[in-house]
Design a protein around this ligand. Structure first.
Ligand code: FE2
Length: 273
């Protein structure tokens, strides 16, 4: 960093987006003070149209899951017991996590700054929004909403290997600087958001960015995508574009592989103990 200006090579995709003048919802906010966690989270008084939008997204996406989403994600969907008729309550989801992997949920106001995000992950707290996209954004929304956070991310947090990996991710990211921060952001993109897994039944999806997007869920398993075996060095050096469908994706063999591969690499870099 020179005179408070970061080297452009290490800017995150979202920092670049902020400079390029994109939607303000894509600019991360710094958390001020504490955020409500678990039972502290008050259920919003959603207007009926919000529950209608949840139902539309839930039903449309659920239809695409068989044969596409991985078993571990589907197990999480069963545990979280979503209803199509009503946006879930974050405190109920938090309780299910506390009984499965010991995680909790915090309510956050939108995309949050990376250090706030990593600190929550390190403490086994998943930050989630509780507002939902409007009718004109059902096909695409540039910023996170609760459909992405709940339907996309939360099911896997009930999986012990994924949850352990994700906690280590928060710890490593807090310790990382410069290019290591950039590598971790790229790793997050190609695993948590856009990861594939070779289940015994075939190639399946686990990435939240795919599972919460109608277009990505159909695109990701198509012939036009090049799928590369999980390899930390290859992943962290792969370019990507957050605004377009992904031409290259990486496939793990198992969540044990994701957890051990990530921990071995971050230990070798002295980012975790
Ligand atoms: Fe996400």
């Amino acid at each position: 960093m020179k005179n408070g200006v970061k080297d452009p090579k290490i800017l995150s995709a979202y920092e670049k987006a902020a400079i390029e003048g994109v939607d303000p919802r894509c600019i991360p906010q710094r958390l001020i003070g504490s955020v409500p966690i678990g039972d502290e989270i008050v259920y919003p008084n959603y207007p009926q149209e919000d529950n209608v939008n949840w139902k539309f997204l839930y039903n449309r996406q659920t239809n695409f899951l068989p044969g596409r989403a991985c078993e571990e994600y589907l197990d999480g969907i069963d545990l979280l017991n979503f209803s199509p008729d009503r946006i879930p309550a974050l405190k109920d989801l938090s309780k299910i996590f506390s009984e499965t992997t010991g995680w909790q949920v915090a309510r956050v106001p939108g995309l949050i700054e990376s250090n706030d995000f990593f600190e929550l992950l390190r403490k086994k707290v998943f930050p989630s929004t509780d507002y939902i996209r409007k009718e004109n954004e059902l096909d695409y929304t540039p910023a996170p909403d609760c459909f992405h956070d709940m339907f996309g991310h939360m099911p896997l947090i009930t999986n012990k290997n994924f949850a352990s990996f994700y906690q280590s991710f928060g710890e490593a990211a807090l310790n990382a600087k410069g290019m290591d921060s950039k590598f971790l952001e790229t790793f997050h993109w190609f695993t948590v958001e856009f990861g594939l897994i070779k289940n015994p039944a075939g190639m399946r999806i686990y990435g939240a960015g795919i599972l919460s997007s109608n277009e990505e869920v159909q695109h990701s398993l198509s012939d036009v995508v090049e799928v590369v075996d999980f390899d930390v060095e290859k992943i962290i050096n792969q370019d990507y574009d957050v605004w377009h469908l992904q031409p290259i994706l990486f496939a793990i063999q198992s969540f044990e592989e994701l957890e051990s591969g990530f921990k071995d690499w971050t230990k070798s870099k002295k980012l975790i103990n």
